[in-house]
Ligand binder design. Structure first.
Ligand code: ADP
Ligand code: MG
Length: 686
């Protein structure tokens, strides 16, 4: 059997299962080999009942205390028992398993493994796995079971079985790292490393294996990037762009003065656009530092000089928001530039008409999503491309959009606070500007980290804020298992909250599975304060700007990375009212508290990301990724900063010795890089 054959050739994968695998992007055996777990279940030693911790999966050993009861609920039959050990007892429940009453009634020690939750009558272990008699746990004890991202109908066990088979098909050619290089970094041999990515014996083995692939990912990325940049020397500036007095008039009329940092960055951009060469500039600025107005100034400068400027946003909601704001400002401040919106969810007719106005040069400032880089879009005279929140975009989109004009000026806006040295590696030849100052008129956000017993108070607080005219976000508990569960969760939560807050407060929800039009309507209504409380998944994370919103309450805060929490928090504190951020956590552990407290004490994204890493230390690699920068699957720019540095140095050395990567020891690397370049620059979009 050939390795690159479809997964249908594996044992136990029929047509139906094969289709399920296709849904999660697995077509070939190779895909399966690289389908790494998103976490592990660790079968730890049992803990005493008295140490069972709310919100965590625990293993408990004990005997049944008292009788086992089965209640006939309306929909669910619930089996209840009390488990007792030397330290105490805890209630345990199962759903739809009435037969347990007989099975477990025989006495003796049993081991239960499941999540501990808080219910009205105290801590309860919910629907645990049963090891009875207790010796059955022995074979699992201290092993790690991979947990894979799934889709409805596909079980974790099915993936485990398939991966195990796939691992038997690893070939010698799959190793892309030259042996010497792998050796010099002390990486595991390829086949062993792959195996341990899926089935490590312990944490350390996993970390060891993961290091290799994080490094590989960086190395391939950097080499691909340099390959793409090779031909592209800084082109001469083909546009005649001059200072326009409309811009100073616009600045004079704005309700605020630009901060010193904004002025500095704007000057850098302006002199680039007026200069000899085409601009390629990254603007880094923490959330709320005021990047949008900078982007707008650049778009206006292009427009007022008779060219077009495009602004590409990562979500439709954000694109719409930018479009509305810019359109309003152009009118309000009397700037004679026509704006255009182009997003995927517009009707075919709307899109066609928008494209016509873009092609004829009728519209000057074009705002949109990925739709801006589709084949059908032809620009009249595109001189500037701004991508907002670049970390949500790949290099590919940036390059593809650049391919639309005659080497337009490129401006990339990012809120991800990465150190300059790393930014230089990741963004290749971009010049870097930093907005390192927040507008002065802001009241600092008040933060608190609270336990779930505070929830009632938090709801009252939200009620009060709404009564005094403000609005609130609630970020819903995370659901790891699947998107559809998450949607359900948001819906239920919103309903519950609406009941809590009463009829005078309009509560609505937002999640990723909703239709775009629905999302837009909800966001618009929230923007107009027709909705006071918005329950949402993290879809509102980037960019959204509703200055009247003053509270954000984040459920399950412990499950987010601090950098992400910082972004979420950035949704409030944008206006003149005092704002509040409530981090809700069920976790009682000091570690979690300490981690979240960092956010209470700092509003500096860069500092926060660094502290987060320091606290969690290098052992915590199953944890939360800090950044989704540039779609790295395994590597994380923050956590693996030193690997990124090493990969960059190695890339330089490799290219110095073998610029074309034509040596046989580089053939694997070269193959992977070619794939990557193709992925970044598909011919169709250029
Ligand atoms: P981000 O950098 O996160 O994209 P925005 O550009 O959305 O931030 O700006 C956040 C808010 O701050 C907006 O409501 C904007 O109007 C306002 N703002 C921007 N610059 C200033 C300034 N210099 N002074 C006061 N408010 C400002
Ligand atoms: Mg922004």
């Amino acid at each position: 059997m050939k390795k690159s054959s479809g997964i249908g050739s594996l044992k136990g994968i029929g047509e139906k299962t094969e289709n399920l695998f296709h849904r999660i992007g697995i077509w070939e055996i190779d895909d399966l080999i690289r389908y790494y777990p998103r976490g592990f279940e660790i079968f730890e030693d049992p803990v005493p009942v008295s140490e069972a911790e709310e919100g965590k999966v625990c293993t408990l050993a004990g005997t049944v205390f008292g009788r086992i009861s089965v209640s006939a609920g309306k929909r669910l039959q619930v089996t209840t028992l009390h488990l007792k050990d030397l330290t105490g007892t805890i209630k345990v429940i199962w759903f739809r398993m009435p037969f347990l009453r007989n099975t477990l009634a025989k006495g003796g020690v049993l081991i239960l493994r499941g999540r501990i939750v808080r219910r009205k009558d105290g801590l309860v272990m919910e629907h645990p796995e049963i090891y009875y008699p207790a010796v059955k746990y022995e074979e699992k004890r201290n092993t790690m079971q991979p947990v894979y991202p799934l889709t409805a109908g596909l079980t974790n066990n099915a993936v485990i079985r398939a991966v195990k088979q796939a691992l038997g098909h690893i070939g010698a050619n799959d190793d892309i790292l030259p042996g010497e290089l792998a050796h010099s970094h002390g990486f595991l041999p390829y086949a062993e490393a792959v195996y341990k990515m899926h089935f490590p014996g312990n944490r350390d083995e996993f970390i060891h294996a993961r290091t290799r692939f994080a490094y590989e990912e960086f190395l391939v990325f950097i080499l691909a990037l340099r390959r793409m940049k090779e031909s592209e020397n800084r082109a001469e500036n083909p546009f005649t762009i001059e200072e326009r007095e409309e811009i100073s008039r616009f600045l004079g009329k704005l309700p605020y003065e630009l901060t010193g940092a904004q002025k500095k960055v704007w000057n850098e951009i302006r002199s680039d656009m007026e200069g000899m060469h085409v601009m390629s500039r990254l603007v880094q600025g923490d959330v709320g530092s005021g990047k949008t107005v900078i982007a707008l100034l650049a778009l206006m400068l292009a427009g007022l000089n008779g060219y077009q400027g495009a602004l590409m946003a990562p979500t439709e909601v954000l694109a719409r928001q930018h479009y509305d704001n810019i359109t309003e400002m152009m009118e309000k401040y009397g700037i004679p530039l026509r704006t255009e919106l182009l997003t995927g969810s517009m009707t075919a007719k709307q899109k066609r008409e928008a494209r016509e106005r873009i092609a004829s040069g009728f519209s000057s400032i074009i705002v949109g999503t990925h739709a801006l880089i589709q084949d059908k879009v032809v620009y009249h005279d595109l001189a500037l491309v701004v991508t907002d929140e670049q970390h949500r975009f790949g290099v590919r989109q940036r390059e593809a959009l650049a391919g639309k004009g005659h080497t337009p000026h490129i401006l990339v806006m990012s809120a991800t606070p990465i150190p300059r040295t790393l930014a230089i590696i990741l963004y290749g030849d971009l010049d870097i500007s930093v907005i390192d100052e927040l507008p002065k008129n802001r009241l600092p956000i008040k933060n608190c980290v609270v336990g779930t017993d505070y929830r009632g108070k938090a709801y009252r607080f939200i009620q009060n804020q709404v009564t005094s005219g403000r609005q609130c976000y609630v970020i819903c508990p995370m659901v790891e298992e699947s998107d559809s569960l998450e949607a359900e969760n948001v819906t239920d939560y919103a309903q519950m909250l609406s009941g809590e807050l009463g009829d005078n407060i309009t509560v609505r929800y937002l999640h990723g599975k909703m239709k775009q039009q629905e999302k837009d309507e909800i966001m618009d209504a929230f923007g107009r304060n027709e909705i006071q409380v918005l329950v949402s998944t993290t879809v509102i994370e980037v960019g959204i700007d509703v200055p009247n919103a003053t509270v954000i309450m984040i459920e399950n805060a412990e499950r987010f990375g601090l950098a992400q929490l910082h972004q979420l928090r950035g949704r409030v504190g944008r206006g003149t009212h005092q704002s509040y951020c409530i981090f809700m956590t069920a976790s009682k552990s000091d570690e979690t508290k300490e981690r979240l407290e960092i956010l209470s004490h700092s509003n500096d994204g860069f500092f926060i990301a660094g502290e987060d890493l320091r606290l969690r230390g290098p052992g915590d690699l199953f944890g939360i990724r800090q950044s989704g920068i540039l779609d790295f699957k395994i590597a994380d720019v923050f956590q693996d900063a030193s690997l990124l540095q090493a990969a960059s140095e190695d890339a330089s050395r490799i290219l110095a010795e073998d610029p074309e990567l034509s040596s046989p020891i580089h053939s694997g690397l070269r193959r992977r890089i070619d794939e990557k370049v193709k992925e970044y620059m598909p011919e169709t979009t250029i």
